[in-house]
Design a protein around this ligand. Structure first.
Ligand SMILES: Nc1ncnc2c1ncn2[C@@H]1O[C@H](COP(=O)(O)OP(=O)(O)O)[C@@H](O)[C@H]1O
Ligand SMILES: [Mg+2]
Length: 220
């Protein structure tokens, strides 16, 4: 089982929107996906209440000590991907989610404030020696000062592709209890989410191949 954690102490950067969008995109080929809500704000559980499809399953957690047992349980139940949506803080729950993630995803809007606010999260991720990628979210769909933000993030670490544009479909999908790929399958927002999931899954698989090689080298 792979574990993704959406993390950054900046509120409104798109953690919950991307967690739901990616979970649904990842289910497209019948994969078993779980969404873990580690945020008292409840964006994911409210989304789930509006949702008719019973999948992905949603689990809520508020005790940092329970992350480990929840992950073990999901793995034992045959879940292939767990996506943890965290709160806009560097609290213990978010730290434990980072500590258990195969890949931490740090969404940031293309503004200096969002990028600066990601730094404490980045420091925590580095301290815990986890892999991570930034996601540039809510980018202007026309013109804009993207290259500056992309350059800043690239200088701090890996930047996932593509950028996720500012599009109403994301807000409407969240409101309808849908993933953006379900809400408007032919739309640009859906296209970007599918491509983003493709980028993330390739990195998860490549990383596990790297781990495999490392294990072989250690064993030989
Ligand atoms: N790419 C996007 N395009 C349009 N609206 C977005 C996008 N990403 C997030 N939003 C909206 O921005 C707001 C904050 O996003 P949210 O996912 O709740 O952030 P966080 O979980 O990091 O606090 C929500 O209203 C959400 O629908
Ligand atoms: Mg949220």
């Amino acid at each position: 089982m792979y574990v993704l954690a959406l993390v950054t102490q900046k509120g409104g950067s798109g953690k919950s929107t991307l967690a739901a969008g990616l979970a649904v995109a990842a289910m497209a080929h019948g994969e078993r996906v779980a969404l873990v809500e580690a945020d008292a704000q409840g964006t994911i559980s409210k989304w789930k209440e509006r949702r008719e499809n019973p999948y992905p399953r949603v689990e809520c957690i508020d005790d940092p000590a329970e992350i480990e047992s929840m992950i073990s349980r999901l793995r034992a139940e045959g879940i292939w991907l767990t996506i943890i949506d965290t709160a806009a803080t560097t609290n213990n729950l978010a730290m434990n989610a980072i500590g258990r993630a195969d890949l931490c995803l740090i969404p940031a809007r293309p503004s200096p404030a969002d990028i600066e606010a990601a730094i404490p999260t980045l420091i925590a991720i580095r301290r815990l020696n986890r892999r991570f990628a930034f996601i540039l979210n809510q980018t202007p769909t026309r013109g804009g000062r993207l290259s500056e933000a992309a350059t800043s993030l690239n200088s701090l670490g890996v930047l996932a592709l593509p950028f996720v544009g500012q599009r109403n479909d994301h807000q409407d999908a969240l409101g309808a209890g849908l993933g953006v790929t379900e809400f408007s399958p032919q739309g640009k927002a859906s296209e970007e989410m599918v491509a983003l999931w493709g980028w993330i899954s390739e990195h998860l698989l490549a990383d596990s191949r790297d781990y495999g090689q490392a294990a072989l080298k250690t064993a030989s």
